[in-house]
Ligand binder design. Structure first.
Ligand SMILES: *Cc1c(COP(=O)(O)O)cnc(C)c1O
Length: 366
C-alpha cells in the first residue's frame, strides 16, 4: 500500500462539482481580481476566527510583511521570533526593515520557548512573532503576559494552525494581528497562492486595506504594494471553508490514532497534546534519533515523508551575518536533526494510518 504525504487531488474530487462551478462563475463574471467572492471570503473567514477584520492578500508571507509595516517597524527595530519555522516568518522582518532575533524552541513542543524570550528583549525590541508550528498552539498565555508587561506587539503566524485553540480561545485572536496562508497544502488551501491577516484593531485593518492595494485607488494616501487575493482563489476557498471544521476533526482523530499506534516505541517521540492546547496537525511530526534510517524504510515502503525543516532559521546561510551557532539553539538543533513528518490529511483514512504505524513499528522491531 502506497501512502502519499498529501493528496490534494482527493480533496478536489470530493468537491469537484462545486469547485468547477465556482471557477466557471468567476470566468463568466470576469471577476478575476477582488470582487464579491473575495469580500465574502474575508467576511466568513473573519467570522470563523472570531475577529472583526479580515484583509485578504496574495499569500501568507505578504500578510506578515503588511502586518509589520502597519505596526510601524522601522530600520533597526528588533523583532523576536522562533528559531524553528519556515523562512517567511523571519525574512519578512528583514523586508520590513527590522532585525530578526531568534529564540530557541521548547523542549516539549515545537514552538518558541516563552522562558527564553525575556533574555532577548533589548531597548530596540518592538514585537514578538510566535509561530503555531505544525498546528500546535504556542504558549500564548505566557507570550501575551510578557508582551503586555514589556509593551511589545504580537503577530501570530497562523499559517499552519487554522482553527487551533489555546485554552479554549481561537488561535489568531491573542495578538494585535494574526496572519494566515492558504497555500495549497495548508489546512485550508487554495489552488494557488493566497493569504490574509485578521485583527480586531481597525487601524491595522485600514492600513492593510490601503497598503496591500497600492495605497488606494486613484486617490493614493500612501504608497503601497500589490498584494491581492484573486477571485478564483477566493471562490475556491469559499467552497472549502464550510468543510474546514470537519477536516480539522479528521486530522485530530487521525493524529490520535497515530499517537496510540506509536505508543511504547522508545525511539519515537510523538507530538504532545497539551492541556488547553488544541493542536490541528497541519503536520504530524515525530522525533527519532534514527530519523534518516526510519525515513529510508518508509520511502522504500512507498510512504511519503517530509523533514520540516532540516535547519533552524538562524543557522541558514541567509543568516550567516548574525554569526550564530549550533550552541545558541540547542533545542531547535536537536529537534531539526530528529524531526520527521508522517503523512496526514483529512482524506487519508484510518487504514492508511494503521499501515504507516505498522511499517514504523516493524522498522524498530516492535
Ligand atoms: C506557509 C507558511 C508561511 C507563508 O505562507 P505563503 O502563503 O506560502 O507565503 C508563513 N509562515 C509559516 C510558518 C508557513 O508555514
Amino acid at each position: 500500500m502506497n501512502v502519499p504525504f498529501n493528496d490534494l487531488y482527493a480533496q478536489y474530487l470530493g468537491l469537484k462539482d462545486e469547485i468547477d462551478g465556482a471557477i466557471a462563475r468567476i470566468i463568466a463574471d470576469s471577476a478575476f481580481i477582488r470582487g464579491s467572492e473575495v469580500e465574502k471570503f474575508e467576511e466568513r473567514f473573519g467570522e470563523a476566527i472570531g475577529v472583526r477584520h479580515c484583509v485578504s492578500c496574495a499569500n501568507g508571507t505578504d500578510a506578515l510583511y503588511i502586518a509589520m509595516v502597519g505596526l510601524g517597524v522601522k530600520p533597526g527595530d528588533e523583532v523576536i521570533t522562533t528559531a524553528h519555522s519556515w523562512i517567511s516568518t523571519s525574512e519578512t522582518i528583514t523586508q520590513a526593515g527590522g532585525v530578526p532575533v531568534f529564540v530557541d524552541t521548547e523542549e516539549n513542543g515545537f514552538c518558541i520557548d516563552p522562558e527564553k524570550i525575556e533574555e532577548k528583549i533589548t531597548s530596540r525590541t518592538v514585537g514578538i512573532i510566535p509561530v503555531h508550528l505544525y498546528g500546535q498552539p504556542a504558549r500564548m498565555d505566557r507570550i501575551m503576559e510578557i508582551a503586555k508587561r514589556r509593551g511589545l506587539w504580537v503577530i501570530e503566524d497562523c499559517a499552519q494552525a487554522h482553527l487551533a485553540r489555546f485554552g479554549g480561545q481561537m488561535i489568531g485572536t491573542f495578538g494585535d494581528v494574526a496572519t494566515f496562508s492558504f497555500y495549497p497544502g495548508k489546512n485550508l488551501g487554495a489552488m494557488g497562492d493566497a493569504g490574509c491577516l485578521v485583527t480586531n484593531r481597525s487601524d491595522l485593518a485600514r492600513h492593510a486595506e490601503l497598503f496591500a492595494r497600492h495605497g488606494g485607488k486613484g486617490v493614493h494616501e500612501i504608497e503601497g504594494i500589490n498584494s491581492r487575493m484573486d477571485g478564483i482563489q477566493a471562490a475556491i476557498l469559499n467552497v472549502k471553508l464550510p468543510h474546514l471544521a470537519a477536516w480539522t476533526s479528521a486530522r485530530r482523530s487521525l493524529a490520535a490514532r497515530y499517537t496510540e499506534g506509536l505508543r511504547g516505541l522508545s525511539d519515537v517521540i510523538v507530538p504532545e497534546e497539551r492541556p488547553g492546547g488544541e493542536h490541528v496537525y497541519h503536520l504530524y511530526s515525530i522525533l527519532s534519533s534514527h530519523r534518516d534510517e526510519l525515513r529510508a524504510t518508509l520511502t522504500a515502503a512507498g510512504i511519503g515523508t517530509v523533514v520540516n525543516y532540516p535547519t533552524p532559521l538562524p543557522l541558514l546561510a541567509a543568516y550567516k551575518r548574525f554569526g550564530l551557532g549550533v550552541g545558541d539553539f540547542p533545542v531547535a538543533v536537536s529537534q531539526t536533526s530528529r524531526v520527521l513528518c508522517l503523512p496526514i490529511f483529512p482524506e487519508m483514512g484510518e487504514e492508511r494510518v494503521d499501515h504507516v504505524v505498522k511499517v514504523v513499528r516493524s522498522h524498530f522491531g516492535a
